[in-house]
Each structure stands twice: as C-alpha cells, then as structure tokens.
Write a protein of this length. Sequence first.
Lengths: 376, 507
Amino acid sequence: MTERLTHRLMLASAAPVAAVVIAVVLSSIVLLISGSNPLAAYADMVQHASKLETQVDILNRATPLYLSGVAAAIGFRMNLFNIGVEGQYLLAFIVAAHLGAQVELASVLHVAFILVVAMAVGGAFSGAAGVLKVTRGVNEVISTIMLNAVVISGLAAWWIVEWQAGGEISATGGRVGTEPIAESGLLPDINSWLEVFTREVGLGKKLTGMMLVAVAVGVVYHVILNRTVFGFDLRSSGANPTASHVGGVSPKRMVVIAMTLSGMVAGLVGMTELMNTGYYPSNPISLLGFTGIAVALLGRNHPAGVAVAALIFGFLDVSSGILQISGAASREIVEIMKGVIILTAVIAYEVVRRIREREEAAAAAAAMAAGPAEAS
Amino acid sequence: MLAIELTGITKRFPGVVANDDINLEVAEGEIHAICGENGAGKSTLMKILYGMQPPDSGTIRIQGEEVELHSPAQAIELGIGMVHQHFMLADQFTVLENVILGAEPMRSLGRIDFDAGREHLDEVGRAYGLDINADDLVESLEVGERQRVEIIKVLYRGAEILILDEPTAVLVPQEVDELFRNIRELKASGATILFIDHKLDEVLEIADTITVLRQGRTVGTVKPDQVTAHDLAEMMIGSELPVPDAGESTVTEEVALELSGLRVAAEGDRAVVDDVSLSVHRGEIVGIAGVEGNGQAELVNAIIGIQDPDQGTITLLGRDITHVSVRHRREMGLGYVPQDRHRDGLLLGFTLWENAALGHQTEAPYSRGPWLSRPGMRGRANRIKDEFDVRTPNIEVSAHALSGGNQQKLILGREMVAGPAVLIANHPTRGIDVGAQAAVWDDIREARSRGLATLLVSADLDELIGLSDTIVVMLRGRLVARLDPNDITPRDLGAYMTGAALEAGAP
Ligand SMILES: Nc1ncnc2c1ncn2[C@@H]1O[C@H](COP(=O)(O)OP(=O)(O)OP(=O)(O)O)[C@@H](O)[C@H]1O
Ligand SMILES: [Mg+2]
C-alpha cells in the first residue's frame, strides 16, 4: 500500500519536475547560444537562494503570487477566465490604502478593516464582470480586460493624484504615494517565527505577515472546494452547467459568486506591499495579476500545487536580480525559463495522464488473468 | 466475401477488459446485429472499427484487406460510416448544410458549391430510397427525419459499410418501420449494415445475422430463424429473462403533482406547451406519449424548474412551486431522470460517488449542513452500484468510463434511493438492456406501491403501456387524448401520437 502511494506521489510530481528539468535544459541552450555559461548562472542562482535573506525575499515574492494564483484558480474552476486580477488588486490596493489612512482604529481592527476593504473592492469589481456576463452575456475575458483598463489608466491614475500625500514623503525620499497608514494598520513582519528555526534574519529583510494570510486563504480554498456543498456546487457547475442546473445549482448565480470570490482574493494581492509600506506608491508592483494566471496553470488550480508554482516563480524573480548583479547571464533568461516551464508543464501533465491510464489498464488485465476466470 | 473481419480484438480500460479477444465476421451486403447487455463492449467494438479508438491487439480486415485505423477520417476513406447514438447535427443549419459540413464541394476561390452538393445529395437519396427535403432546417425535423439526415450524411461520404449505434432507441414504432424499410433498401443497393439494438424483437425482424457479446467476449453468432427472443436474451444475460409482474393498481386519492393551465412559450411567443392540466396521484404512474418534439421536453423543464412557464401553476404535494428554485423543488422530493444523460445527468469527469450525489448534495447522507460527507457519498454510491447492478470495477472511476446503459442505471439508482415523492422519468430505460430494464420496471412499480407518483415520458411504447396507470398523448404542445393502457396496443398508441387517430375521428 505504501509502495503504491509512493508510486502515485511520484507520478503526481513527475509532471512538474519534468517541466522544471526540461526548462533548465532549454534555458541552458539559450544561455549557451547567447554566450553565457549556464553552469555559472545556475550556481549563482542556487548559491544566492541558499541564503536565508534571499529565502525571505522569495517568500515575500511568492506570497502575492500565490494569492493571485488562487484568485485565477477560483475562476478556472468555474470555467471562468478572470483576466482582471491585475485591475482588481490595483484598485483594491489604492482604495484600501486611502481608506486605511483615513481611520483610526486599534491595531488588530485596523488591519482587519484594511483587508476587508481590499477584499470588498476586489470582489465587487470582479463580481460586476460576473453580473455583466449573466445579465448581458458579456464574456468575462472582454469585460475584465476592459475593467483592467478602467483601473490602470483610469481610476488608479486619477486617484493617485487626488489622494496624493502632502510633501512629507516626496520630500524625504522622492517617493510619491497616498497618505501613509498609521502603524496600527500595518502587519508586523514575522521574522521571529522564522528565527525559531534558523538564525536571525539580517540585511533588514522582513518576512511579510501576509504570508500567514495567504496560507489561510489556501487552506480555506481547499476546504471550501473539496469539503463543502458549496464547493461541490462550484465544481459541478464548472464541469457541466446544465447537469448541475438540473441538480439544483443555478449557473448564473455560480458565475457571479465565483467571480466575486476570485476578486476578493485578488484584492489581497496588493496587501503584501501595503501592509509593509503603508501607502500606495505611484509605481506599485504590477503584473502580479497576469503572472497569477501562469501560476494557477502550473499549479493545476490545486491549493498546494499553486503554492509550489508561486515559490518557483518567486525564486526565478528573485534570481533575476542576482544574475544582473553577478553578470553571469542576462536577467531576461528568467522570463524565458518561466515561459518554458509553463509550456512543458502543460505537455508533461498530459503525458503523465496517459502513462497513468495505461498503467491502470495493464494492472486491470493482470488482475483479471491472475484471478479466477470470469464466467464464460 | 467478407466486408469486415475482426480477429482477436482486445481493448482494455482501467479496471475492465471491454473487448476480450473478439472475432467478428460480417458478410458483404448483410444486416448484422450486435446484441449484448450493458457494458458488454458493443460500442467499444464499433468505435474501434470506426477508427475512434485503437485496439490493444487484434487485426481488422476490410474487404479482405488488413488495415490499421487511426482516425474516423481514415475509416470514412475505407467506406465505413457511423451514426452515433446521439445525433451530431447543427440545429440552425439546413439538411443540405449539415450533410455537406466537413465534406463541402468547392468552387474556385474557396466558395462552397451548393448546387453540386444538392445534386449529390439528391443522387444519394434516390439511390437508397431516402426521402428528405434538402432545404428544411434541421431544427424543424422530427427524430426519425434527423436520423435519416445522419444516415444520408454518412452515405454522402461514400460509406458502403454503415454502423448504427442503438438507432431505434429514440424512435416510435412507425419511425422504426420507416428506418427498417430504409435499411432494407440500403442492403438492396449493396450496403453492409452493422447495428446495435437492445430490442430483441426488432433484431429478429431485420437482421440477417446476430452476434451476441457478453463481458467483452463473443458468445455466439446466430441466424434469426434459429432463435427466439428468449434464446437471445439468455445468450445475452446468461439466465432467464425476468418477467416483470403486472402489479395491482395502487393509485390513491391524494394528488402529489398537479399542473393547471400550464403554458410555456418558445421565442416568438409560440406556445410549445399549451394549456396543459394534469394531475398525478400518489401511487400512480402517468405516462406521456408523444413523438419527440411535441413539447414534452419543455413540459418536463417547467416541472423541474429550469424553464419558466408563462402561465399556469405547478403544485407539488399541495404547495405552489411555480416560482420555487430547482434546488428547493428537489429537496421537497422531486426526483428526475433526464432524457439526455450526458448533458443533464452526469459530471462525466467526476467519480461515481460524486455523481451519486449530484442533485441531492444538500441532503443527508451526502452532506450535513454546509459540509459534504464523503463516507455518506461513498456509501450511497456503493448501495446504488449493488442495488442497481451498475457494472464497474469500483466507485472511484469517473462516470466517463461507464457504458451508456450503466450510466443510465447510475442515474436511475441515484434518483430512486433518494426516496422521492414525485419522480419525473424521462425515457428512464433508454439504452438499458432487457434484463436491467425489467429490473428497473420492478423498482419503479415497487416504489409506486409505496406511494411514489411518477410522470413517465417515454418513446418505448411497450414501457408506457406496461407501466402506466394512465396514458396521456401530447401533440403540438397540447394533451390531446387520455387513454387506458389496458386496452390499447402500441400500434394504436402510435397512431394517436402522430395525430392520425384523431383525424380519423376517434375521441
Ligand atoms: N473511455 C473508457 N474508459 C474506461 N472504461 C471504459 C471506457 N469506455 C468504455 N469503458 C468500459 O468498457 C466496457 C464496455 O463498454 P461499452 O461502452 O463498449 O459497452 P456497451 O456494450 O456499448 O454497453 P451499453 O449497452 O451500456 O451501451 C464497460 O465496462 C465500460 O465501463
Ligand atoms: Mg454502448
């Protein structure tokens, strides 16, 4: 039994591992062609990543990617393509930053208030695309792309001017952004949690408290999806809307709910930055929403799979910095690796599925041959 | 000369051997029937012959030539055509467009040559005696006509060997006669026909040769004049055919489901269900007879709650449910066996135990409050598997892996074990083999004696007559006749359904 379990686990991880290996091989070829030494580049990356401080960077990067990946995955489960995570998190980010700076609350409440605002904004904005889909038949891909544009070149651009903080920040560091949130509204770092296992984190690196929120989101996502009636409704409606409808699940309702939930999680993406810096800057970290789609794809919409994918992407992103510094290779190689991993993963998943099918068939045949002959 | 010779065909799926060293010989120009219980491997064998699935081992010879088939396109090239059990026509297209779809005759500049297509279509129709109007919208055709379009579509591509998977399952007797006439003409013009059928009388009537499969193996090949329907059934299921008992009437006074003045409009405000009033009592089975497309589907949809009626009321157990949600209706005890199991009944990629909960996921033992209960779901699924004889290696496989008839048994079992107060059974035994069909009828009768009210919609007239306490006939959206099943024959009932009996001046 344990042997079979290990075998199944190996098969399950075979696809992503194969994807990474193939990506490494292909990237090496690209590196060689471009005249760099792949071994040196990888050595730099690995050596860099073995440092505790880099690991903190990776986790800090993986946290918003995970949230963004889960947001996309919720949509995918309903056969919805929420391309709007990008716009949803930026909008939630700026509104939460602004409102968070307006209130005075005790620390736990303050943080909760900001997170709830972010989720509400993301959820409402994404839910609107869901409502458009069920009432007007507007495809969610179109509507969320348009809503992205509304946020990125519209609302956020306008509000950052409107809600611009006074001279204070810009004067000190040339940084421009919304009014800073009071200390009580920020999530403290969780370095002490990490330091229980290792040494003290140096270089002023801070492990984001949002990581705990992300873990909680992952657990809740898993439990709701697999263990609740609502999750069953969601999965069944995504898989076969008509049969699910006959079974009592209104497909329209599920579309709106799934889009809203996806947007709520999307709203949390920007909180990693906000909970750390306390304001919405004029150049917030962007493209997390689009990367989240790739993360969800690589992680097969599975809560743990998405986590692994987010860590891989986090590692690659952080490595691009060291490559630039060490000069071992161009940092663009990281983007190439990301692309190759996604492509090979999709192929590898399919291959593994076929292998599994063939193995099961062979096992069945063997069992039949061994067992007593079937009635003839 | 053999048109088809299959030797040693073996095909395995996870947990089952669907075809186990099967040999099949089909002479050129004959009508060859394939019979066998659900899951015997009939469809699998036909799909292999049509290039849809590769066999694990074995050889295929077409007209004496050994071939290796990798795709249906290749099979078509070799003159093999297949009509699937579920039609694959585009409703909004005309017959001509449907027929030439994918095999369009071209003129210069990539334009479709409709004239050439029409000419060829007429030629095919004339050569095989298949009568159809090329410009009719498929949407407007009746089932029998649609099937003819499917057959023409195959012949148009030059098929000389025709595979028909359960072609009669959806037809009323008159349409079956028509189909058989067509098949005989096809044979007369040199075609070879292979078809799958669960209705043994039909098989004996039309086939030249019959091959029976059981558990993936060939049990035997017989000539229809050497066997009776009973012999065939025995070969198929390996035992005597169970005889469903007629059963006493158990109709009570208590109305369980009541429809009054129900009207459902299609686009353009044309009534597809027109002023339908009907009541089903506890312990009663009311059969709805009608040629498909006369409003039965919309009537059922309105009762289930996925289509809003624009007039009239629906009352379930004394409560007005006209505007109640589907889920609430089902929780109140409304069971439903849909006509199209793939579209409305199953989550094909999900496990059997998840499918066993579909539609009942809010009820015990499938869930407690907001939480799913996996033991509850698995327990029920196992019970359904055992009680309804769903043939499967285990309940962890996906619904996809079940044969058509076993999928149907799973759905029936799911609805029956939930203990409904009212059951809407839409073609409940479609595609189920004779043995299992008798068992299903017994199940429904038994539930009836415990007070189940059933609305039965079926194209199988023997089923309607044998099972119903009352039969109503639906024609063009209206209930046009109410009949006593004790004194009507399938033939007479068929006449009512097409409206012939009404025009002749009966009631
Ligand atoms: N894609 C598949 N994956 C796994 N198992 C399959 C698949 N298709 C068929 N099977 C299995 O192969 C066996 C034969 O199935 P098949 O569909 O050929 O039966 P059938 O004779 O056509 O039955 P029915 O009368 O119910 O349509 C069944 O046990 C079924 O569960
Ligand atoms: Mg079949």
